[in-house]
Design a protein around this ligand. Structure first.
Ligand code: C2E
Ligand code: MG
Ligand code: MG
Ligand code: MG
Length: 286
């Protein structure tokens, strides 16, 4: 192959790897200015109180409505955005959009829910993060206690003291803090005790086979027990089946999200869900 292309041309990678690199480079370029070009969209996935079955929160999950590639999933572009820094403006846009949307739902008379927004490592390192968050709350009129930021152990572990300081400042604003993908990191319980978080989110990888794999069940049970003894709220992500739901409920997990309840959907569909949820509540009250 390389021979056919002539001696002056070097081919360092196989054609497949080369195509992947080309695609990555293209995405990297196209990510710049994607927010300004209005190409980012926020989808929302409900979180459900496993006991009352009411919607308690939404997680904001970004998608990239690419002009030619269609809807690009965050798994594909977040790592690239993280590497080239464009995650900072994207993340800020997601936060502003999600807070404004949540406030709009409240003003429309829908039952108040909290909004959960993922933070990236790069965003977390920004020296003005706390100001940005507080500015967005003020701008959108959302009360701080309705906002929850999701962080992961892996990026808190870099400079632990600095992470603790940032988390404390965020808590002082009155917002909530969740440890996302919990159980997949490697942080010691000693650190967990120092991070002023309010919620643990059991990673989907454990929930996925909680009813078939005793190890996953053991980890899930341990995380739930830990949340109780540390007095943290607890959510399970990735609930897909009735069996998983039954298991988690039986073990005292308070809240969950997953395709069993709903996939992430655009804002319009959420308004409809909240309306139905509030009608159910009224019916119970009557
Ligand atoms: P995450 O924060 O752990 O979000 C949960 C992911 O699990 C979402 O994938 C959601 O669609 C998916 N999920 C929820 N329930 C189920 C289920 O029952 N089954 C399966 N198979 N999947 C389920 P999504 O939306 O593709 O996002 C992937 C990741 O991308 C997120 O994981 C998060 O780490 C990152 N991400 C998404 N939006 C943002 C954002 O605005 N900022 C940052 N920094 N990261 C984001
Ligand atoms: Mg998350
Ligand atoms: Mg998660
Ligand atoms: Mg996860």
């Amino acid at each position: 192959q390389a021979k056919q292309q002539g001696r002056s041309q070097y081919q360092f990678y196989s054609p497949e790897v080369n195509a992947q690199l080309q695609e990555r480079l293209a995405l990297e370029n196209e990510l710049h200015g994607a927010v300004e070009r209005n190409e980012m969209v926020v989808y929302y996935q409900p979180l459900i109180d496993l006991h009352s079955r009411q919607i308690t929160a939404m997680e904001a999950l970004v998608r990239w409505q690419h002009p030619t590639r269609g809807l690009v999933s965050p798994a594909k572009f977040i790592p690239i955005a993280e590497a080239n820094g464009s995650i900072v403006p994207i993340g800020e846009w997601v936060l502003r959009t999600a807070c404004a949307q949540t406030r709009a739902w409240q003003l429309a008379g829908l039952p108040p829910i909290r909004i959960s927004v993922n933070l990236s490592a790069r965003q977390f390192e920004q020296p003005n993060l706390v100001e940005v968050v507080s500015q967005i709350l003020e701008e959108t009129g959302l009360t701080a206690s309705y906002l929850e930021l999701e962080v992961t152990e892996s990026f808190l572990m870099g400079d632990v003291q600095r992470s603790v300081n940032t988390l404390e400042q965020l808590r002082e604003l009155g917002i909530l803090l969740a440890l996302d993908d919990f159980g997949t990191g490697y942080s010691s319980l000693n650190y967990l005790k120092r991070f002023p978080v309010t919620m643990l989110k059991i990673d989907r990888s454990f929930v996925q086979d909680v009813t078939s794999n005793p190890d996953s069940a053991a980890v899930t049970d341990a995380i739930i027990a830990l949340s109780k003894s540390l007095r943290l709220n607890i959510t399970a992500e990735g609930i897909e089946t009735q069996e998983q739901l039954d298991y988690l409920q039986k073990r005292g997990c308070e809240e969950g999200q997953g395709f069993y309840f709903s996939r992430p959907v655009p804002a319009d569909a959420i308004a409809q869900m909240l309306k139905e949820s509030s009608q159910q509540m009224e019916a119970i009250a009557i």
